[in-house]
Design a protein around this ligand. Structure first.
Ligand code: ADE
Ligand code: ZN
Length: 348
């Protein structure tokens, strides 16, 4: 039998909550800063990493938007995305649905197409080279106004063939989903899938709004749903997936200690949760490291833990915006993988 770490390493997985700008590792940031003749307000890679000490979401967002400023050309966005693909190609990641924040770039004078073309062409190459399927989800920055979101949606319309959905991210408290009700209605009319960050720091009411007003198909994070029994019942009834991000939650102090992470409780209640990395360059781990971080909480024996890991990986595919046939194919990969594990002789 494989150890838990080995089991996670080879387990086929999908990642559904990943901000591509959040994969910007300090080493690459310095390299691109030099290429674009930009001076970073940090002396070294080490000094930059030291600044990744957050006590809430806003602390992180301030540094995340500052980091983005280095991204200028299509090649920069390609290199950023490619670096992420190279990492997760070694983590048995089979499908990804990645977020990007166009407003964070357009407001700096970078064309929407520069961003999208760079990200998309790297993903096409990743499909060829690593057989990782993908979707792109465009997020609206919720700290900006409705008008800006509508403008951003207009920019996306000529690229519907390359953008599968819209999402909502950035500073949650004080920016409820209701602010974007009309933008999301238009996005749905245009045929986009819809998701939104809700219940990361914000109250359960924001999750209700995301469901009732934005009509989201998945909730990103959703941690605070556990505070409201009626909401949990609703999420169960409607089988709404929660894209949970364990290391993000500890780094941003949404959870005080990984030991108290709500994921085991979510699974116990029957919620359709799965594991994601959110902004791995800032939070200390990619997808496998997130699985590893919560695995001790998933049972008392390795057998129990592996069953829960299989459930989490299955949820990642069944919650994806892919066809039923594709879901079935990935579930078969998982089933074949779990059989190889049980066939291996025990090592003592
Ligand atoms: N943008 C990037 N990461 C985010 C997060 N965890 N919450 C809200 N907005 C984000
Ligand atoms: Zn996020």
């Amino acid at each position: 039998m494989q150890t838990i770490k080995e089991f996670i390493a080879g387990l086929p997985k999908a990642e559904l909550h990943l901000h591509i700008e959040g994969t910007f590792e300090p080493e690459l940031m310095f390299e691109l800063a030099e290429r674009n003749r930009i001076t970073l307000p940090f002396e070294s890679v080490e000094a930059l990493r030291k600044a990744y000490d957050f006590s809430e979401l806003q602390d992180f967002l301030d540094i995340y938007y500052q980091g983005m400023n280095v991204l200028r050309t299509e090649q920069d966005f390609y290199d950023l995305t490619w670096a992420y693909l190279e990492k997760v190609s070694k983590q048995a990641v089979r499908h990804i649905e990645i977020f990007f924040d166009p407003q964070g770039h357009v407001e700096r004078g970078i064309a929407f197409e520069t961003v999208l073309n760079g990200i998309h062409s790297a993903l096409v190459q990743g499909k060829k080279e690593f057989d990782i399927s993908f979707g792109i989800i465009m997020c609206f920055l919720r700290h900006l106004d409705e008008e800006d979101a509508f403008k951003t949606l207009d920019s996306a319309l000529p690229h519907k063939d390359r953008i599968i959905g819209v999402g909502l991210d950035s500073s949650e408290i004080g920016h409820p989903p209701s602010k974007f009700q009309r933008v999301f209605a238009r996005a749905r009319d245009e045929g986009f899938h819809v998701v939104a960050h809700a219940g990361e720091e914000g109250p359960p009411e924001y999750i209700y709004e995301a469901l009732d007003l934005l009509k989201v198909e998945r909730v990103d994070h959703g941690n605070t749903s556990l505070r409201d029994e009626a909401l949990v019942q609703r999420l169960l009834r409607e089988e709404i997936p929660l894209t949970v991000c364990p290391l993000s939650n500890t780094k941003l102090c949404v959870v005080d200690d990984i030991k108290n992470h709500p994921l085991p409780k979510m699974l116990e209640l029957g919620l359709k949760a799965m594991i994601n990395s959110d902004d791995p360059a800032y939070f200390g781990g990619y997808l496998n490291e997130n699985y590893e971080a919560v695995s001790p909480l998933l049972g008392s024996t390795d057998q129990e833990k592996k069953e829960k890991l299989l459930l989490l990986a299955s949820n990642s595919f069944t919650s994806a915006f892919i066809s039923e046939a594709e879901k079935e194919q990935y579930l078969q990969e998982i089933a074949a993988y779990s059989q190889t594990d049980s066939r291996e002789p025990a090592q003592e």
